[in-house]
Design a protein around this ligand. Structure first.
Ligand SMILES: *Cc1c(COP(=O)(O)O)cnc(C)c1O
Length: 327
């Protein structure tokens, strides 16, 4: 599978000394928050594959979508700027929003932003993007690529098959074995890539997806499984995914997508002050909070090496969340 080189990889794997939590395991963190600055986070690994194909197909314009503070939308806007593509974004939220965080950088990178209501976004984003694409193509010799929410399609997920391979090579170098690999999951493309890699390389790891919104069963049926099926069709190899390797952790969504509870924000603050690592309130903060809580609940588990993949998201902090922490 061919790709562009957009991300700084391999990203480092570092031990975490999280002093407050006396963890029963050795916790490590893979710094996919350091894949870039404008291009930071997990989405750039997906875009390496998706945009390679776009350039090959002589695409001129890209349309994608996301929540108002979508990291995927920001990474796409930045990647398009770098590649000379025009970027158009549908974002869910109120009209004339404050241009902070990811939204600011999208505008800075020259992306065209259209706001849609949360309801229209949930019910009609696919048709709205298709209509927009038709309008752009009708106006001249343009060719549009529509990328789904989160860049989570089968092609993009191969970015995390590659990341999985990267982890196996780093384990070898470092003399470690990560029986558990944990991460935040929303649209499940990242997790799909890891699950597929786990099967493809016969690695037999426990992959823990901390679901940050909605319900696990719905994510499994309507996000994860269709992506895995599509990956099988794209890949020449016959890869059989063991359903046992799929472990979606429900229960840490808290108040729902991008809504924070004070205990999550305080956890992120303590974590930053004790490790020097910045988590985000929407994804990695909830997932790390969930992982640490789960680990502390089982003090007698085997003392193994556990890996958390930091998927980025620092630009997603908003004024409202900062205010909650009274900083
Ligand atoms: C998008 C995102 C995720 C989740 O990735 P999916 O592939 O959508 O499951 C996790 N963390 C951050 C910071 C993200 O932006």
């Amino acid at each position: 599978m061919k790709r562009l080189s957009l991300a700084n990889t391999p990203t480092p794997i570092e031990p975490i000394q999280f002093i407050e939590a006396d963890l029963p395991v050795n916790l490590y963190i893979k710094r996919d928050d350091m894949t870039g600055l404008g291009l930071s986070g997990n989405k750039v690994r997906k875009l390496e594959y998706i945009l390679w194909q776009a350039l090959k197909d002589q695409v001129t314009d890209v349309i994608t979508c996301g929540a108002i503070q979508s990291n995927h939308a920001r990474a796409t806007a930045m990647a398009c700027a770098r590649l000379g593509l025009d970027c158009h974004l549908f974002l869910a939220g109120q009209e004339a929003p404050e241009k902070e965080g990811n939204l600011f950088f999208e505008v800075l990178a020259g992306a065209e932003v259209r706001m849609v209501s949360g309801q229209d976004y949930d019910q009609a984003r696919e048709t709205m993007m298709a209509d927009w694409a038709r309008d752009i193509e009708a106006s001249g010799d343009k060719k549009v690529l529509v990328i789904p929410e989160g860049g989570s399609n089968p092609l993009g997920s191969f970015g995390y098959v590659r990341a999985f391979e990267e982890i196996l090579a780093q384990e070898e170098e470092m003399g470690l074995h990560f029986q558990k690999i944990a991460l935040a999951a929303g649209s499940f493309g990242t997790y799909a890539g890891l699950v597929y890699g786990n099967a493809k390389f016969n690695a037999g790891r426990d992959l823990l997806a901390y679901n940050i919104s909605g319900q696990a069963q719905d994510k499994l049926d309507n996000r994860l499984l269709p992506i895995l099926e599509g990956m099988g069709q794209l890949d020449e190899a016959q890869v059989l995914v063991d359903p046992q390797s799929i472990k979606i952790r429900d229960g840490y969504q808290g108040l729902g997508y991008a809504k924070s509870r004070i205990e999550e924000l305080e956890f992120i603050r303590d974590f930053a002050s004790q490790t020097g690592i910045i988590l985000d309130p929407v994804y990695t903060g909830k997932a790390m909070y969930g992982l640490v809580t789960d680990l502390l609940k089982n003090p007698d588990q085997p003392h193994q090496d556990v890996l958390f993949i930091h998927t980025g998201g620092a630009f997603g902090w908003t004024q409202a969340q900062r205010n909650m922490l009274l900083l």
